[in-house]
Design a protein around this ligand. Structure first.
Ligand code: SF4
Length: 230
């Protein structure tokens, strides 16, 4: 699974010019176990931006990277991005890898860090986070949130490594993270089409631009169609 590798390289390049902390895993932050509502009066601030996963079979070590201020240093609402680089086992079976991408995405919607309300929809890469005053008093940090996400991702046996990158730096390239999120969404949509459709007329397909650009996409669709026609 290498379809997202160029986006992983772009992400690493995008954060390179900034001061960043690379942290190992720690005791994960508490998971409330269900959706929580943090009222405005209990909110310290909001983070708004994008949140998404980039899946690969290349090596990724477990780590949490903070580019910019950590949660306790933030005073006001600001832009942010959360990008999880997720290494999966290379089974050589595209259907299995595709199912894993779906499963990994599902984890985010079933992680409920206490006092850290993540809002997003499965059709969008936007992510908004409300951080409660109480959670800040109790010592919440990106290292603890990242460790919780990594623990939950790794409950899927085929997930081998996860690098969670949080970006809050002033002047970070948030247009760039948005662009990467959109490309990620477009490649995932193309994979959806390939795995679920028998139509392979490239000349009339509205996903042609992605298939022309991402190595292996066309081959995947044709090999799938070949298999299904027998
Ligand atoms: S291989 Fe052709 S038909 Fe299939 S998704 Fe790509 S452009 Fe469309």
């Amino acid at each position: 699974m290498k379809f997202f590798d160029s986006l992983i390289a772009e992400t690493e390049n995008l954060i390179l010019p900034f001061r960043m902390k690379e942290l190992s895993l720690c005791e994960p932050w508490c998971d409330a176990g269900q959706t929580q509502v943090i009222l405005r009066r209990d909110t310290a601030y909001e983070l708004e931006g994008v949140g998404f996963n980039l899946v690969t079979s290349s090596d990724i070590s477990d780590s949490v990277v903070v580019v910019g201020d950590d949660l306790e240093a933030i005073k006001d609402s600001r832009s942010f991005a959360r990008i999880c680089l997720v290494q999966i086992e290379d089974s050589g079976d595209e259907q299995k890898s595709y199912n894993l991408i779906k499963k990994i995405d599902y984890v985010k919607y079933h992680t409920f860090p206490d006092g850290y309300m993540m809002r997003s929809t499965s059709r969008s890469h936007k992510e908004a986070v409300r951080v409660s005053k109480q959670a800040l008093k109790s010592g919440i940090s990106f290292q603890k949130i990242g460790s919780l996400l990594i623990k939950n991702y790794k409950e899927i046996p085929s997930v081998k490594g996860v690098r969670v990158i949080f970006i809050t730096a002033d002047g970070a390239d948030y247009n760039g993270t948005e662009r990467i999120a959109e490309r990620n969404h477009a490649i995932t949509q193309t994979l959806n089409h390939i795995m679920n459709s028998v139509n392979f007329d490239c000349d009339t397909c509205n996903l042609k631009a992605i298939c022309d650009e991402v190595e292996g996409m066309k081959e995947l669709h044709f090999s799938k169609t070949d298999k299904e026609s027998f």
